[in-house]
Design a protein around this ligand. Structure first.
Ligand SMILES: *Cc1c(COP(=O)(O)O)cnc(C)c1O
Length: 481
């Protein structure tokens, strides 16, 4: 600082005076321990909170303008420490209301489970369950046996195996079938799917060698044919609907790749991404989405997909296909590193049974959300808006048509018509309002657009509707900002 000596001297005195007003940590702790809710909190957490508050004011005084910082009373410091303790003690994975309109929201854990599946997880968690015990013979069984039959029935595949996620499935398949050899992929399908999923890196991690063919917009069957030599181990097709190449384009069909694979004795692998089991003929938004049953029927050797995208189950990677390849995958040493636990198995079996029993679209949340009619959403939005209109502190509230998204990496840009309640308040900026809603109980995650808060109802359970106007009314009257 370029201040003169006398001023520095006086600000030092000033600062020392302020620091003397700061109560010691133990005084704050003593007060805190009188509070009912805090007696059950570990001493360390309480002390840390008190220390943080004292430290915060100490460094503010030492770095701030002289006279700029007022030291609060002991009661106020205790109050602030209580807030820190509350935040630290809140369970970090408490359920939130997803009002973003993104159905498969990676940041919010992708697919919420169906009630049946959630109950199956709780039961399996609490008890011993026969994960690897054949209950008829009493002998050791295989954990994949439990889901194999369901997946055979649902996709028409000869066999199946389950791992922790679809990325693991891809790495495992390549390690088992293409170690140190070439996998042939169209240049139009060398995709990145958000986060750290980049196909060329995954192929490398699987120990295989990427053999790209064709161009970004056009790959012909002849391109694949020319790439087949003694080093070739597999042909892979990957669903890339998170972007679209339009115009002058060409790609080799699954059927033609299968024929080529059979002619040359190479397995054809199809990563379909989102886990649609059958063609979704009734739903226009899913018409371009590949499905496992059609790929298997076309003769694909292995079809790979996620358990927690459109399948609506737990995070898992599902591999269905020819018995000889599945057996080879199950024998690979990495299988042990990627196998699923009993909780995932329980949730997956329960979810697959809903699909088998044709109860999926009625009971699986991601499908309920995706298929819900706009008319129903309009009614729900209107009743929320009605509760907020005329409320003191609300500057604007209305219902607007909007676009929700399937999301989740493989279908992120697929828009679905939706309806949102659009809100502005008088005393809070839209960012402040969004923050208050994130801190409310239950937390509400909304979208910010055009200086307003948008609550998209497509991804909200109808039983959660009432929480939203309540939280907003509380936000309007709160002094917190
Ligand atoms: C989402 C996706 C993956 C990755 O699946 P995870 O289950 O998230 O590991 C792989 N391939 C495609 C085509 C996908 O859409």
């Amino acid at each position: 600082m370029a201040d003169g000596g006398s001023q520095t001297g006086s600000s030092n005195t000033d600062a020392n005076e302020k620091l003397r007003q700061l109560p010691p940590v133990h005084a704050i702790v003593e007060q805190l321990m009188q509070h009912d809710g805090i007696q059950s909190v570990p001493q360390q957490v309480v002390t840390d909170a008190a220390r943080r508050i004292v430290e915060q004011y100490r460094s503010a005084v030492l770095s701030g303008e002289p006279g700029g910082i007022e030291i609060p009373s002991l009661e106020q410091l205790v109050e602030e420490a209580t807030r820190i303790i509350d935040a630290a003690e809140r369970f970090p994975l408490q359920p939130v209301i997803n009002a973003t309109g993104i159905v498969i929201h990676t940041g919010l854990g992708r697919a919420p489970l169906a009630e049946n599946a959630a109950q199956a997880v709780v039961d399996a968690a609490r008890h011993y369950v026969p994960v690897e015990l054949n209950m008829t013979t009493g002998e050791r069984g295989q954990r994949s046996d439990l889901v194999r039959e369901l997946l055979q029935h649902l996709t028409g595949a000869e066999s199946a195996v389950v791992v922790n996620n679809n990325t693991a499935a891809l790495v495992l398949v390549l390690s088992a079938l293409a170690q140190d050899r070439n996998v042939i992929v169209s240049r139009g399908e060398l995709i990145e799917i958000g986060g750290s999923f980049r196909l060329p890196d995954i192929i490398q991690a699987g120990g295989a060698i990427l053999r790209e063919v064709g161009t970004t917009n056009k790959t012909k069957l002849a391109d694949f044919e020319q790439a087949i030599d003694d080093h070739a181990a597999a042909i892979i097709k990957i669903h890339s609907s998170n972007y679209r190449i339009e115009g002058f384009t060409e790609s080799a069909s699954i059927v033609s790749l299968v024929q080529l694979g059979q002619k040359c004795g190479l397995p054809v692998i199809h990563d379909i991404g989102s886990g649609l089991l059958k063609p979704a003929l009734d739903h226009a938004m899913l018409l371009d989405e590949p499905d496992a049953t059609s790929s298997i029927a076309a003769g694909v050797d292995l079809v790979l997909f996620s358990g927690d995208k459109l399948l609506g189950g737990p995070q898992a990677g599902i591999i269905v296909g020819k018995r000889q390849y599945i057996e080879c995958i199950e024998k690979h040493p990495l299988m042990r590193a990627m196998r699923v636990d009993k909780l995932t198995l329980a949730a997956l079996i329960a979810t697959l049974r809903l699909h088998r029993n044709e109860r999926a679209s009625a009971e699986i949340p991601v499908l309920q959300f995706a298929y819900q009619s706009v008319d129903q959403l309009k009614q729900r939005a209107q009743s929320i808006a009605d509760r907020l209109s005329g409320v003191e502190g609300i500057k604007k509230v209305c219902c607007e048509p909007t676009s929700a998204y399937l999301g989740g990496g493989s279908v992120p840009t697929q828009e679905i018509h939706s309806v949102a309640v659009v809100i502005q308040t008088r005393s809070k900026t839209v960012d402040e309002l969004a923050e208050i809603l994130r801190q409310s109980d239950p937390p509400i995650i909304a979208r910010i657009r055009q200086d307003s808060l948008w609550l998209d109802l497509r991804t909200v359970f109808p039983t959660q509707d009432n929480f939203m106007p309540d939280a907003i009314i509380r936000a309007c009257s709160s002094s917190q900002s």
